[in-house]
Write a protein that binds this ligand. Structure first.
Ligand code: NDP
Length: 457
């Protein structure tokens, strides 16, 4: 009898994990980032499925790897000189098994449907790990905010929302920021949503300014969360980040607040970067000045070094060659490859925590794991942003406002819970230090149980 690889409903035999993986590869051929993320999860599922093969029943894995809905749309807008431009907008609503779709919007010229699908897939497991009842989604556009005026950003954001609004709702789909989408963009997006709906549904977007419905600590949450997670991970292994020398890639939202919290712990962050180059500042990065350069003046990092006598700017270079105890990739996907990982290990790194989504290639992760470096995968380590968004949604629904300190305390506790869930799953499968395995399995079990319970929908 011929095997029917494309028949996900065949009752005859349980497919192997590999057969499911191959089917997903065939169905998504060419989606490089998405398939990389799927492969990482499937590698982690091997020991789980070996113990509990019923996870292969009823095409459950196929369903978890197929987005519930994908929206692609035209975004026309006019620049300050009156010229008309067209960009492409995306929203991938991946899973609503655990709650409304939830995940950020990215504005960057490299954004494709593949990028958004990979990010939404990662978000499925990350959101499940928070335990807050959040589904998953992600969106964005190939629009490049660099060099655009405020008025251009506003017109683009309004046009983007003029299509996206019909797919959103505080019980349906709740976007937030990501690369290129910060407080300014969330404001313009929310303003247009409010105008179109004629309703002040503050729970429809998170990452809002605290002055109109946002959460104190949401801006800091992902970066602080990465530092909290890394400290918990090191503590569990009898180490600490206090007095560690650290390097952080990027100088955006996640990077800035990771640097701030690490330095509050007593660590010294000696290098950071942007897409033009890196700075080394042996006395420790001056966060207030970095924020002024990147968030207020919106300049490149050479402007940071120009005012700091001890700092040096290295055009076109990253940070992975700088000797450190702990490294925090906080810029973008696949920014840290095998050679970078080998260099970090040779220079004595003991801890790597991913602030960005999938910043380390699979080869780099294997180098760290083989060298015994404590490795925190982004799914767990950068979940602080979405966890804070969950708190923002809760406070919006209850029309409450908690203090910065209370939110920060909750964030820290949530990061410890996520570490605990990941470490426990890893220990149960006999690899206690493998948090990649643990985060994937713990997130998978939560979303898979809900998906199964809701029937074939
Ligand atoms: P920002 O836009 O605020 O900052 C991104 C930073 O990364 C900037 O310094 C940017 O440099 C740099 N960067 C972007 N692309 C590249 C590239 N190709 N090469 C080198 N540097 C690059 O984004 P966020 O800080 O919000 O996001 C960073 C990462 O964290 C992303 O992977 C995102 O998905 C992830 N993340 C973000 C969360 C959040 O709450 N914001 C939540 C969870 C994950 P430049 O200034 O030159 O553009």
């Amino acid at each position: 009898m011929p095997t029917r690889h494309d028949d996900t409903s065949s009752p005859e035999a349980k497919p192997s994990l590999n057969a499911v993986r191959e089917r997903i590869h065939t169905r998504n051929a060419g989606d490089h980032d998405f398939l990389q993320a799927v492969d990482e999860v499937f590698e982690s599922l091997e020991p789980l499925v070996a113990q509990e093969p019923e996870w292969l029943d009823d095409a459950l894995l196929d369903r978890i790897c197929e987005p519930e809905r994908q929206v692609v749309f035209r975004v026309p807008w006019t620049d300050d000189a009156g010229r008309v431009h067209v960009n492409r907008g995306f929203r991938v609503q991946f899973s609503s098994a655990l709650g409304p779709y939830k995940g950020g919007l990215r504005f960057h010229p490299t954004v494709t449907l593949d990028t958004v699908k990979f990010l939404a897939f990662e978000q499925t497991f990350k959101n499940a790990l928070t335990g807050l009842g959040l589904g998953s989604g992600k969106g964005g556009s190939d629009f490049d905010p660099k060099g655009k005026s405020d008025a251009e950003i506003m017109r683009f954001s309004q046009s983007f929302m003029t299509e996206l609004w019909r797919h959103l709702g505080d019980e349906t789909d709740v976007p937030a920021g990501d690369i290129g989408v910060g407080g300014r963009e969330i404001g313009y997006l929310f303003g247009q949503y409010k105008r179109l709906r004629n309703r002040h549904e503050s729970g429809v977007l998170t990452g809002k300014s605290p002055s109109w419905g946002g959460l104190d600590v949401r801006t800091q949450a992902t970066g602080y969360g990465v530092a909290y997670f890394a400290e918990t991970m090191m503590d569990a292994r009898g180490g600490t980040l206090h007095s560690a020398t650290c390097v952080v890639s990027g100088s955006g939202n996640v990077a800035i607040y990771a640097i701030e919290k690490l330095q509050a712990f007593g660590a010294t962050v000696v290098a950071c970067s942007d897409s033009s180059g890196s700075v080394i500042d042996p006395d420790g990065i001056d966060v207030a000045w970095l924020r002024e350069v990147k968030e207020v003046r919106r300049e490149r990092l050479d402007a940071y070094a120009a005012e700091r006598p001890a700092a040096s700017y290295r055009p076109g270079e990253g940070v992975w060659d700088v000797a450190c105890d702990a490294a925090f990739p906080c810029a973008t996907q696949n920014e840290l490859g095998e050679e970078d990982a080998r260099m970090l290990v040779a220079n004595g790194v003991r801890c790597v925590a991913e602030g960005a989504n999938m910043p380390c290639t699979p080869e780099a992760v294997h180098v760290f794991q083989e060298a015994g470096v404590a490795f925190a995968p982004g799914k767990a380590a950068n979940a602080g942003g979405v966890a804070a968004s969950g708190l923002e949604m809760r406070q919006n629904a209850a029309r409450e406002r908690w203090s910065f300190e209370r939110n920060d305390e909750q964030l820290r506790a949530l990061m410890a819970d996520i570490h605990h869930a990941s470490a426990s799953a890893a220990a149960r499968l006999g690899r206690p230090n493998d948090l990649v395995l643990g985060a994937n399995v713990a997130g998978f079990e939560r979303v898979a149980e809900a998906t199964r319970a809701l029937g074939v929908v």
